[in-house]
Ligand binder design. Structure first.
Ligand code: SF4
Length: 63
């Protein structure tokens, strides 16, 4: 799995980022960072949930 973020869509709301804190982080300026763009299989379900529930559809996943 590989994660990309469409920063034109992302509102840095952090609404769904707590689903996978090992992968997504907001910095002190509310900028989203992908800590691990190719997460281990154990994190895939959480990353899919984050992607599916992102209100801006900003998280794209590739196999
Ligand atoms: S939930 Fe979506 S819009 Fe909000 S910070 Fe995460 S990627 Fe960006």
């Amino acid at each position: 799995m590989r994660i990309t973020i469409d920063f034109d869509r992302c509102s840095s709301s952090a609404l769904r980022m707590e689903i996978a804190p090992e992968v997504f982080e907001l910095d002190d300026d509310d900028m989203l960072h992908v800590l691990n763009p190719e997460p281990d299989r154990a994190l895939h379900d959480a990353v899919r949930r984050a992607s599916q529930t992102c209100p801006k559809q900003a998280i794209a996943l590739f196999d």
